[in-house]
Every structure is written in C-alpha cells, then in structure tokens.
Design a protein around this ligand. Structure first.
Ligand SMILES: *Cc1c(COP(=O)(O)O)cnc(C)c1O
Length: 401
C-alpha cells in the first residue's frame, strides 16, 4: 500500500525564505519587472525563459509562494491563486470547455457556482446537466461524448452531502472527462487530488484564510494545466485577469501555517454541537455522526485527524422561524448572522434565503433544502459548551425544544 498523503507535513516541509532571510517571504509589491537583456524579455514572452517574472497579472513572486504552498497542500504539481473562489471556478471551467462542450455537475453546489453553470454558460453554448452526485448511475448516464468536465464539491453546500471522489474519478476517467472538485469546506480533511480528482479549486475566503478579511481563491492542478491557464496567448487566467493581489497572497500564506490547528478545533466544536443536537432531538445535518447517510463514505475518504469539519446545519422548518431565531442567536452571543464560513467566530445564515437563493425554489425542494435550514460555520470558541448553553437558551425561548 502506498503511504497516505500528509498534507500538513507537506506544508510544514516547505522552506520559503525572504530574500534577506526573513522567515516570511518578502512581498513583491510590483506590477512589472526589469530585464537586463532584451533577449530575456523576448524569451519570457515566448515561454522560453523559465523562472522570470514578467508582469504581475501573469505571475508575481508572492503569488508563487502561496501557489506553491497550495500545491503542497493538495500534492499537485502546481497551483495558481485567484482574486476570489468564483474566479478559480470560472477560470477552470472556461479553460476546459469551449462552445459545444458539456458539463455534468452536482445539483447541490455553492449558489454562485450554480448560477454560473445554470444561467451564464449558456451564452457560450456550453451545456450543463445537473445530477444527484450520490447517484453514480445517473452521473454515468449523464456523460455524453462532448462532456469535458464532471464538477462537484467534496462536501456540498449546504446539504453537506459527501462526494464519492474515488468512484467519480473512475467513471469520469473512463470517458476522458476531467473531474473538478471544490474543496472549500474540507481543506486538509479531504485531499481530492489524492483521491483521483484532476483539478481542485478553493475559495480561500473561507477556512484556508480563516480571517474573513479578503476574498481569494486557488486552482490546484498539473503543471500543464497551470501553464495553459497562464499562457499569454490563450490562457483564461492571463486573458480574463482574475489575479490575486500580492499583499493578500502574503497575508493568506501566513494563515496557512495554522490551518491544521484551526480545522481540528472547528471540527471538535461542530461535533460537540452535533452530539448535543442529537441528544435534544433537533433536526440537523452533520456528516460526523452515524445518522448522516454519508458518514461511512466520509470516514473512508477523509484524513481522520482533522475531524468531520466545521459545517453543521439545523432545520427549523420555515424561514419565518429561522429569521427571528438567527436574530436572537446573534443577540445571545452565539455568533454572527452573516453569510460565508471558516471564520474564527461562528457564522450562521438561512441557506435558502441567502447563499443558495440563486437556486430556484423548486430545485431547493427537489434537493431537500428546507426553507428553515440554518447553516452554521462553527467557530474556534474555546468553551463550546458555554456557546451551546446560549444557543439552547434561544431554542427554549422559541419553544423549539
Ligand atoms: C464561497 C464559496 C465559493 C465562492 O468563493 P468566493 O471566494 O466568495 O468567490 C465557492 N465554493 C464554495 C463551496 C464556497 O463556499
């Protein structure tokens, strides 16, 4: 058996020094770069001069450090960092697909991704089929001769369904299809590339950065694919220009060093709440407990020591209950009523009315997204029992337990 990939060790083993020996790499605060010889500049444009920086929409040293760290995290040959998670997703899909091509995607994805696939790609004549990604037969039968991409999220938003990445990789590769996986909810916990995915995309806005001070994204892939997206003549990243600012790259890189500790604490706190919710008979969704339909699947593909993640959803049935419930939780100090996730404070929002509002109501019903679903991104609270008591107080006040 091959040795299991250890993403945190791979990150730890990177030696990235600043030019003056700084333990943090220096920030390269430049849009353009000088060349001593004209020939080198010409060679850089034709791709013949390796390792030269030309212009920061193409590559910037600070972005290269962060990209190398993300490549190490996934075990891919290379990576490219983007100005948002949506930029990572759209750049990847527009690079892989041309007019007349076809994408098969999980019907449950992040709302922005759903909107891009459902409302936007049509104008380039790229067709999209939405499937229940847990139903492997329906995935297989949705693949056509012109299918280029199978798209899914490791842990889907907001249903917290787990994608069977090894099986999805197998069936996409049988048909020459590239498997693209959004791993935003489960960095370190799931290593999609190690499980057979071809390309891993991230919104770094969430757990990876963990500070909610910026939006950013990443594409982890083969050197060939990263070269293709950054090609000066035909690369989607180079030509659409969704490059990350190097000052941000530098700050995100520093936050990567604590990712393993943060993920463990997010998971521990979410597990604590899940067990309490089960005890009091609340309707909830957390893949860490055996009652979740994908619990065994997750166990079989995860890097166990990081836990089952910080995302948990409860169902209070209607949006009329969810609204005041969330306002009261914020008042009580449980966390903030805000979209997004992966922050050190707990964040919660009503998925159907916020981050999944792009998904039409009939599809929400079809995928079982209840109008009263409140998605929590559980924070790093030192005393989660105290937080639970606050939450429980609100549940009692609203007569939900
Ligand atoms: C937030 C999110 C995105 C989009 O990322 P941005 O950084 O907001 O552009 C994509 N996928 C998932 C799963 C997300 O949670």
């Amino acid at each position: 058996m091959t040795k299991k990939y250890e993403p945190a060790n791979a990150l730890q083993d990177l030696k990235q020094f600043g030019e003056f020996g700084g333990v943090n790499p220096s920030i390269t605060d430049s849009a353009t770069y000088t060349f001593l010889e004209e020939k080198t500049m010409i060679d850089a444009f034709t791709g013949e001069a390796q390792g030269c920086f030309l212009y920061s929409r193409h590559w910037n040293p600070s972005n290269k450090y962060l990209s190398d760290a993300l490549a190490a995290l996934e075990g891919t040959e290379s990576a490219w960092v983007t100005a948002s998670g949506m930029a990572a997703i759209t750049t990847t899909l527009l690079q892989l697909c041309s007019a007349g091509d076809h994408i098969v995607t999980s019907v449950t994805t992040y709302g922005g991704t759903f909107a891009f696939l459902h409302n936007y790609l049509g104008k380039f004549n790229i067709e999209v089929t939405f499937v229940n990604v847990s139903d492997l037969d329906s995935v297989r039968s949705a693949i056509r001769p012109n299918t280029k991409v199978l798209y899914t999220e490791s842990m889907t938003n907001p249903m917290l369904q787990i994608s069977n990445i090894p099986e999805l990789a197998k069936l996409s590769h049988e048909s020459g299809v590239q498997l693209v996986v959004d791993n935003t909810f489960t960095p370190l916990i799931i290593s999609p590339f190690q499980l057979g995915a071809d390309i891993v995309v991230y919104s770094m806005t969430k757990f990876i950065n963990g500070k909610n001070d910026c939006v950013a994204g990443a594409i982890c892939a083969s050197q060939e694919f990263i070269n293709a997206i950054s090609d000066v003549n035909s690369g989607t990243a180079m030509l659409l220009g969704p490059v990350l600012d190097p000052l941000r790259s530098s700050s995100i890189l520093k936050n990567l060093g604590t990712l393993h500790i943060r993920m463990q604490q997010h998971s521990r706190n979410a597990m604590f709440l899940a067990e309490k919710f089960q005890e009091i008979g609340l309707k909830f969704n957390y893949p860490g407990l055996p009652v979740h339909p994908d619990h065994e699947l997750m166990k079989s593909i995860m890097n166990e020591k990081y836990g089952f993640g910080g995302m948990i959803a409860i169902d209070v049935e209607t949006s009329e209950v969810a609204g005041p419930f969330m306002e009261k939780m914020q008042e009580a100090g449980v966390g903030y009523h805000a979209v997004s996730l992966g922050y050190f404070k707990t964040l919660f929002s009503n998925s159907g009315k916020s981050t999944s509002s792009e998904v039409p109501e009939e599809i929400q019903r079809e995928i079982g997204l209840s109008p009263g679903l409140i998605r929590f991104s559980v924070g790093l609270d030192d005393d989660i029992e105290r937080t639970y008591e606050m939450l429980r107080g609100v549940l009692e006040e609203m007569q939900l337990v």
